[in-house]
Design a protein around this ligand. Structure first.
Ligand SMILES: [Zn+2]
Length: 334
C-alpha cells in the first residue's frame, strides 16, 4: 500500500513541487552502509543500501540538488540557490563506505561526512546489531525490549550479551560472515580525507548513547573520539548522536568540544530556524525505490508523515540510526 501511494505521488510530479517549496532548506541525508549488490543482507537489516541503488540516488541528487558539504550548507543557510541543497552523511563508519560508496562519490564528485565509531577503527569488531542480524538472518524475531536493553549495556559487555542471547536460541555469530560489516581502518580514512571530498565527525568512541551517561563519561567518550580523529585527519567539527539519543544535559559537553553542528535522527530539514545542536536528517533505507527517494528528499514524505500524525495515525519512525529499529519494525510486521 505504502509503495503504491509513493508511486502515485511521484507520478503526479509532487516531488518537484516540494523541492521548490523547500529550496531554502537543506536535505541532510543519513546513510549507514552501502553493500555490493551481490552481498545478501539479513532480513530486517534496512541500513545497508545496495550499491546500484546508491549510485542511482547519487545521480538523482546531482541532477536535482546542489550537493555540498555540511560546512557549505550551514554557512549559506537561508540563501536560495538555483537548486535546493543536499548533504550526504553516513553514521557508524562501516568499511563499505570506503569500499563501495567512496568510488561512486569520487566518480560523481559528491562530498560526504562520515561519523565514525573510533573505538572500532582498524579492528574486526562487528556492531552488536549486526551480530544479531547475521546470526539470526531474520529467522528469529529480535524483541524490541531486548534491543532497547542492549543500547544501554556498557560497550565492554554488549557483545557478550548479544552472543549470550544467540546461544540461548541455539545460534552463534560467525566472524566469517562479517567481512562487509567491519569498521574503516586508518588507511581507508586517510585516503578518503586526502581526496578532499570526505570529512569525518564524532559518533562517540564506542557508540554509547549520551543520554545514558554521566557528564564525566560523556566527556571521556567525546575526548577519546575527537582526539583519535584529530590526530588522524585534523579538526573535528561535527557530531552525530548514536541512536539519536542525547538531550539538553549533553549540550554543554558538545559546546566544550567546540562542535559546530550536532546531527540528530529526527526527520526534517536543515533551515535557518534549526537548532545547530539538533540538525534533523532524512534517513535513506535499503530497498527504497527511486520514487521513494524522490519523495523523501523533496520533503513530500515528511509532510505526509506530519499529516498522518496530525490525524492521529501512528507513523512508523521515519529515521533510524542503527540496524535494530528496522528489525524491530519488521518483527512487528509494519
Ligand atoms: Zn550509529
Amino acid at each position: 500500500m505504502r509503495k503504491l501511494v509513493i508511486r502515485y505521488l511521484s507520478r503526479i510530479a509532487l516531488p518537484a513541487l516540494f523541492r521548490r517549496l523547500h529550496r531554502n532548506h537543506v536535505a541532510v541525508l543519513m546513510y549507514h552502509g552501502v553493500m555490493p549488490d551481490e552481498v545478501a543482507v539479513a532480513e530486517g537489516d534496512c541500513l545497508q543500501v545496495k550499491a546500484s541503488d546508491f549510485r542511482q540516488q547519487m545521480e538523482y541528487l546531482k541532477k536535482h540538488y546542489a550537493v555540498c558539504s555540511l560546512h557549505e550548507a550551514y554557512s549559506q543557510i537561508g540563501e536560495a540557490g538555483a537548486k535546493p541543497r543536499a548533504v550526504v552523511t553516513f553514521d557508524d563508519g562501516y568499511a563499505n563506505n570506503y569500499l563501495t560508496a567512496f568510488p561512486i562519490l569520487r566518480e560523481l564528485g559528491i562530498p560526504a561526512t562520515i561519523f565514525v565509531v573510533t573505538g572500532k577503527i582498524g579492528t574486526d569488531k562487528v556492531f552488536w546489531w549486526d551480530r544479531l542480524h547475521l546470526a539470526t538472518r531474520g529467522t528469529v524475531p529480535i524483541g524490541v525490549e531486548f534491543t532497547e536493553t542492549l543500547k544501554r549495556v556498557r560497550p565492554q559487555a554488549v557483545e557478550d550479551q548479544a552472543d549470550g542471547y544467540l546461544r540461548r536460541l541455539g545460534l552463534a555469530f560467525d566472524h566469517g560472515q562479517a567481512a562487509y560489516y567491519r569498521v574503516l581502518d586508518r588507511d581507508e580514512i586517510l585516503e578518503m580525507a586526502a581526496s578532499g571530498l570526505v570529512e569525518f565527525g564524532c559518533h562517540n568512541h564506542d557508540h554509547e548513547p549520551l543520554n545514558t551517561l554521566h557528564w564525566q563519561e560523556i566527556e571521556a567518550t567525546l575526548r577519546d573520539s575527537t582526539a583519535y580523529l584529530e590526530a588522524l585527519v585534523g579538526p573535528v567539527r561535527y557530531f552525530a548522536a548514536p541512536y539519536g539519543e542525547y538531550d539538553n544535559y549533553t549540550f554543554p559537553s558538545l559546546r566544550l568540544f567546540q562542535f559546530e553542528l550536532a546531527l540528530s535522527t529526527e526527520e526534517g530539514f536543515l533551515s535557518a530556524a534549526s537548532d545547530r545542536f539538533r540538525i534533523p536528517r532524512l534517513s535513506i533505507e535499503r530497498d527504497a525505490s527511486l520514487a521513494e527517494f524522490a519523495c523523501v528528499t523533496s520533503g513530500l514524505m515528511f509532510w505526509f508523515h506530519r499529516c498522518k500524525a496530525a490525524l492521529g495515525f501512528r507513523v512508523r519512525r521515519a529515521t533510524v540510526e542503527h540496524g535494530t529499529e528496522g528489525a524491530a519494525a519488521a518483527n512487528r510486521q509494519n
